[in-house]
Design a protein around this ligand. Structure first.
Ligand SMILES: [Fe+2]
Length: 300
């Protein structure tokens, strides 16, 4: 694949960065409603629907589709939708079913209960798969809502390119620190059977050599995360945590209702706490992909 000339994420091309910055800020949605595309059937998008989703992906690395709720269609629907954007290589993990589609719902059993996605608690800012090894880097995901909570459970979404932009503007040395391969370390997780996941160390920001796209690996968690011990990394991490605080104007907030979903290039996201109705608990399907959702004409 041809390398994108003048990638704004590489140092040494200040003009490309300035031009990209201006265009990015001008195009970025001001409200979550701007991300929403009404679609008749996510499994068979009309040309105009597809174009509208691509346009949001280009502007903000994410789009929200809204369709009428369909009983028992969520799992397959998300997979078929993804294929229409070149998403084929599904990452599967040990909590997902064999098909790599995770059911995100409150779980009472002990093993899953340890993991916040399977509780009703709030989830802080992160990108997906921040603990994955580099060969299983998560570049995109789809989150499809089959059933929303009785109360709460809002999604917060923020294009990770804006986190890069904010930090680089404040102090380029912070970006250089977060681009080092050892910037962030997730320690090994041991279970009764031995080591379930090896320690994983990687950069927060990285540029895909194939297409120049920016990837971010991040969690706002402070427990069990090891940061490189230098002043630039510490400054960057503190600034990022502060920037992601309550008043970030680029954080787009909405609640996914049944039939709605997010398709995105693994942007920063968070979730508010929720309360379930016992007869109809919140249920989302999530698929993680090893490639980006690729709008035509973007990074090619
Ligand atoms: Fe997530």
């Amino acid at each position: 694949m041809r390398r994108r000339p003048g990638s704004p994420f590489r140092f040494g091309d200040a003009a490309a960065f300035r031009a990209w910055r201006e265009a990015k800020l001008a195009a970025y949605p001001r409200r979550a409603a701007e991300l929403v595309v009404e679609v008749r059937d996510p499994r068979a998008l009309r040309a105009a629907e597809r174009t509208a989703i691509e346009e949001r992906l280009r502007r903000a690395n994410m789009a929200i589709y809204a369709s009428r709720p369909r009983a028992r269609a969520g799992k397959e629907l998300a997979r078929i939708l993804g294929r229409q954007f070149g998403l084929e290589r599904i990452d599967s993990n040990w909590l997902a079913g064999d098909d790599g589609v995770s059911r995100i719902a409150v779980r009472e059993d002990a093993t899953r209960g340890e993991f916040i996605p399977y509780t009703s608690r709030a989830i802080g800012w992160h990108t997906d798969g921040y603990y994955n090894p580099p060969e299983r880097r998560i570049r995109a995901f789809i989150l499809h809502c089959a059933s929303s909570a009785a109360a709460g459970g809002e999604s917060l979404l923020l294009d990770h390119e804006l986190a890069y932009l904010a930090l680089r503007e404040r102090n380029p040395a912070w970006i250089r620190a977060l681009m080092r391969p050892g910037a962030m370390t997730i320690p090994a997780r041991a279970d009764e059977a031995g080591v379930a996941r090896a320690a994983s160390s990687a950069a927060v920001f990285s540029i895909d050599a194939r297409d120049g796209a920016l990837h971010m690996r991040y969690t706002a968690r402070t427990v069990s995360i090891g940061w490189a011990r230098d002043a630039a990394t510490a400054g960057a991490v503190a600034c990022l945590a502060d920037w992601l605080g309550e008043r970030n104007p680029y954080a787009l907030r909405l609640r996914l209702e049944a039939g709605m979903g997010v398709i995105c290039n693994n942007v920063l996201h968070a979730r508010t706490a929720f309360a379930d109705a016992p007869e109809r608990p919140r249920l989302l399907f999530r698929i993680r992909y090893l490639e980006r959702a690729r709008p035509r004409g973007c990074y090619q």
